[in-house]
Design a protein around this ligand. Sequence first.
Ligand SMILES: *Cc1c(COP(=O)(O)O)cnc(C)c1O
Length: 464
Amino acid sequence: MVEKPDWDAPLAEAYDRALGYLTALPDRPVGSTATRADLLAALGGPLPEGPRDAREVVADLAVAAEPGLVNTPSGRFFGFVVGGAHPAALAADWLAATWDQNACLAALSPAASAVEEVAGEWLVRLFGLPAQTSVGFVTGGQMANFTALAAARHEVLRRAGWDVEADGLAGAPRLRVLAGRHRHSTIDRALRFLGLGRNAIIPIDTDDQGRMLPGALAEALAGGDGPAIVCAQAGGVNTGAFDPLEDVCAVAHEAGAWVHVDGAFGLWAAVTPRLRHLTAGFEQADSWATDAHKWLNVPYDSGLVFCAHPEAHRAAMGVRAGYLIHGADGERDAIDYTPDFSRRARGFAVYAALRSLGRGGVADLVERCCTLAGRFAERLAAHDGVEVLNDVSLNQVLVRFLSADGDHDGHTRAVVERVQRDGTCWMSGTTWEGRAAMRISVSNWTTDQDDVDRSVEAILRCAG
Ligand SMILES: *Cc1c(COP(=O)(O)O)cnc(C)c1O
């Protein structure tokens, strides 16, 4: 006999643990405080032979895992480009798990399908993309880039008289992919997955901020022929710089190429009048990738792909099978827009974030992060021996720490390590144009001036 489920005890435990975690967050060290050995000792042991009480399992898991968490939802986490979790989005994500919807077909979840339809339309309006733009809710920027580039591959080869979905790439016209030298590594990885290979890329020279030079792009396009895809970037992971999208789109379209924009976080600049100029012309592109788990502060994982050519999008992703029930009357089947088959109902959390923040709230969030990035840069650069390497036009700051002995790279890396151990805040390092740097990304909805000031103090202490 199967026992009657007890939902109350494990869910109450999870709720208490979650609330305890979130309220203590501002006072926790931001980095992890456990080693691999600590975690394996706490979590490991033999696979249990028999059942165990669900509440106890949840409680034990929380106690064992918490020391090994990097507290990325903290307002003083500035590593990579991560973002926290907005309350409405987090709570909606709990419901998505509770409802346990398989959001692949409208027939399997009319609600998940409708929520994606509504949130998708809101996003298209929010970004100011062409009205017919199709949307896919994927796991992140990587899969958004992959999905968009699959649509691009379909369309440029179709125009060249080749059906890549039917015949694959063997014998197909050679496809060129042109992308800036400072493109994100997920572009190369998507091309590997797509059978194009990273050597399909023709790297285009960039300026000192990592922005693609449109003249170099025009030259490269003129230097070859055949189907072409141009991968532009809105917001580079190091400097936060934008390719000049107006010029890139003009030059690329003149040559008949598809333009894809990787805007994992930078695309959100388009939602604020103060920053929209950075994205000027981006709406002329053919596809776009962005993340909801970064700047929209939706819990992981949540990415978004947009395509100005819905038929190409569906041709690349869609699937039909006798046992599936495909949506009628304009019902949206997510399976036609994402590489997944069965999938989590990611739209609920995105919907909740947008509904909770509204257009104004998203714009405020993005502007606030950029203002605080400016404060970081100003305060740090005011100190002797601290250099800001980039024009801080968005939310990214690259900082270098100079050493009396001339080993600026070594000193900079040591400062990053000390800051991570110190626990006040957390940021990672990078190499920009051959020079070691600390990378600061302000992308969390809770970060305020006090967080920045406390972090600057800690950084200077670690550099001192
Ligand atoms: C983060 C990022 C990606 C990858 O996105 P994921 O959500 O991590 O898959 C791609 N491009 C850029 C510019 C990014 O910042």
